[in-house]
Design a protein around this ligand. Structure first.
Ligand code: ZN
Length: 244
């Protein structure tokens, strides 16, 4: 089976479509494993939910998904994120709201646990440091954990002795070798933050036991024009150019 592992679409339909087209060109997929934040920031939240739902998929809830349906407060959001969240809430259909309400905080599939933020705090915690990642290996039982939220493609490894390491996500990860455990972030589709504006995602081939990390260009200008049309905060529009 081939799985498309992706997250943080953030209402960026053009980026999401570019990723799906790229995966199809590389041989397609059987299921999408979505790591949350389908909506928030971007100009087409409804269309992104609809497109995701048109595929065989599973998905966990992100903080922006929950904020858009009023399940968590925007108090902890910065002003631009909060403004985009209130706008997003007004774009959702009843069916979108029902769908987002049913998203679980955590999912497990075979050797994989999936959360938006971290195993310890599925909705809110950003996993960017080795020490935080090291603690978080104690909060899931599976061998591998998939996370989103930071929009930074990263891999954390825990070896047999419990030592932890962090690295930039490589282009290829072989899962079969060794007894190590991994926490993997595929990076963001709709608002990358590692200095590379291209959308980021993973294809996981379960037979070969290999993950492939890809970046794909998308038409950033079209997304930005849509955001301007809806008067979304300028800081959110311009950051897409820089992947920050
Ligand atoms: Zn996000």
């Amino acid at each position: 089976m081939r799985y498309a592992i992706l997250g943080d679409i953030h209402g960026n339909l053009i980026a999401f479509q570019a990723v799906l087209n790229d995966i199809k060109a590389k041989g397609g997929f059987d299921e999408i494993w979505c790591l949350g934040d389908i909506v928030g920031y971007g100009p087409e939240p409804h269309a992104c939910i609809e497109l995701l739902r048109s595929y065989n998929h599973i998905c966990v809830a992100g903080n922006h998904d929950l904020a858009a349906i009023g399940r968590i407060d925007t108090f902890d959001f910065n002003p631009a994120a909060a403004q985009a969240c209130w706008w997003t809430a007004r774009q959702l259909s009843d069916e979108d709201i029902n769908y987002l309400q049913r998203l679980p905080d955590k999912l497990t599939r075979g050797d994989f646990t999936m959360v938006h933020g971290s195993p310890r705090q599925p909705v809110w915690e950003y996993l960017l440091s080795v020490s935080d990642a090291c603690d978080n290996f104690n909060y899931f039982n599976a061998r591998f954990c998939l996370v989103g939220h930071s929009h930074v493609p990263l891999i954390f490894l825990q070896d047999e002795d419990g030592n932890c390491f962090a690295a930039k996500l490589p282009e290829e990860i072989k899962l079969s070798s060794g007894c190590h455990r991994l926490i993997v972030n595929p990076g963001g589709v709709g608002q990358p933050r590692d200095g590379d504006p291209r959308a980021s995602y993973i294809i996981y081939d379960s037979e070969a036991q290999i993950m492939y990390h890809y970046r794909v260009n998308y038409d950033i200008n079209t997304t930005q024009r849509e955001m301007m049309k809806h008067k979304l905060p300028p800081s959110l529009i311009y950051r897409l150019n820089y992947g920050r």
